[in-house]
Design a protein around this ligand. Structure first.
Ligand SMILES: NC(=O)c1ccc[n+]([C@@H]2O[C@H](COP(=O)([O-])OP(=O)(O)OC[C@H]3O[C@@H](n4cnc5c(N)ncnc54)[C@H](OP(=O)(O)O)[C@@H]3O)[C@@H](O)[C@H]2O)c1
Length: 330
């Protein structure tokens, strides 16, 4: 899946999904993009920087503002940018897995995003919660068991998502945070194969095995937390974030690039789609200047090796998969 060096890439570069739809390699993430900032950054991304791919979720509670940003960008482009030029992803939250709730949830996201279709709809996690107050699961010690909805299989929810494609409310469907076991479960009865698996992937968690599995299944991966730029409480940013990694800093210095640009380029050269989040204008521009330089095989390999000494998974909520298993194997 890795790209050939010298392949000509630009911000419009896309990968082809298994249903022949295309997905831009680079997108803008919106998790924790605060209301008050996200609308203008989405507009700027689309209107001034050339971003065509925006990653959203019902859970991020900012689809309204993202929708306004999209709408303003399209309007101010005076017809130069059209809805069909954009690729908008959003996600089905865990408490909406019951088939009739799936339909409710897509209409809710469409309304907030001010769109009449979504390009890619992802099942956010392979876990079904009971209906509850929006914040309840994150406020309790006992998140995992008490709030688990029984009797709703992943296949049931997937079938409901397939119907959304039939109704032309979504163009492609996929999953997020899925391991091979859960993808295999869906594939047993799926009429439409998952086009994408969106997972945490960065130099400290390169997901080599899952990447191979998805490549065999013709499932495109989108890397989330691509910069490995989160930290745990009491940790210094310099110790936690890959942006401060000395190997990446050295490569960045040689290339006259920033560490963020080197990391984003590493994702792209691995044939991944990547959605760095920022609400800062300068970083928005910085993060898309990644199509005019290349990492050598040696540099790619140096970054590939970092996980061995610095394995990190930043997003690991205490959810249980069917069978009372932790959501991740590691
Ligand atoms: N499917 C899932 O379960 C899941 C989970 C997590 C994330 N996601 C998606 O993936 C997207 C990206 O992941 P993420 O937001 O967790 O992490 P990320 O994109 O790796 O990092 C974002 C952080 O890095 C900062 N940043 C961005 N560009 C920078 C640059 N050039 N130099 C220095 N700092 C920079 C941002 O700050 P500022 O914003 O302040 O500039 C923000 O604090 C999310 O926004 C979301 O759309 C999906």
């Amino acid at each position: 899946m890795a790209i050939r060096i010298n392949e000509i890439l630009n911000i419009d570069s896309c990968l082809i999904l298994s249903n022949n739809n295309t997905i831009p390699r680079l997108g803008l993430g919106t998790w924790r993009s605060e209301p008050g900032k996200v609308q203008s950054i989405v507009k700027e991304a689309i209107l001034n920087c050339g971003y065509r791919h925006i990653d959203c979720a019902w859970l991020y509670r900012n689809e309204n503002e993202v929708g306004n940003g999209i709408h303003e960008a399209l309007e101010e482009s005076q017809g130069k940018i059209k809805r069909e030029d954009l690729f908008i992803t959003t996600k089905l939250w865990n408490q909406h897995h019951v088939p009739e709730d799936v339909e409710w949830a897509i209409h809710e996201s469409l309304k907030k995003l001010r769109l009449d279709y979504i390009d890619l709809y992802l099942m956010h996690w392979p876990v079904a919660f009971k209906k509850m107050d929006e914040n309840q699961w994150s406020q309790t010690e006992d998140k995992t068991v008490r709030y688990y909805a029984e009797g709703i299989t992943l296949a049931d929810t997937w079938k409901a998502m397939e119907k959304l494609v039939d109704q032309q409310l979504v163009r492609s469907i996929g999953v997020s945070n899925f391991q091979p076991t859960e993808i295999d479960e869906i594939l047993q009865t799926a009429r439409i194969r998952p086009a994408v698996n969106q997972i945490e992937l960065h130099p400290y968690l390169n997901q080599h095995v899952l990447r191979e599995y998805c490549a065999k299944q013709n499932i495109i991966i989108t890397s989330y937390c691509p910069l490995a730029n989160l930290k745990r409480p009491n940790e210094r940013e310099e110790d936690a974030s890959a942006l401060y990694n000395p190997v990446i800093q050295e490569i960045a210095k040689l290339k006259n690039r920033t560490t963020a640009q080197v990391i984003i380029r590493w994702h792209i050269q691995h044939g991944l789609t990547v959605i760095p989040k920022t609400v800062t204008s300068e970083r928005l521009y910085e993060n898309c200047q990644v199509f005019d330089f290349e990492l050598s095989d040696k540099e790619m390999n140096q970054i590939d090796q970092l996980e061995k000494s610095s394995h990190r998974r930043f997003v690991n909520p205490p959810f249980l998969r069917p069978g009372n298993r932790n959501v991740f194997d590691d």
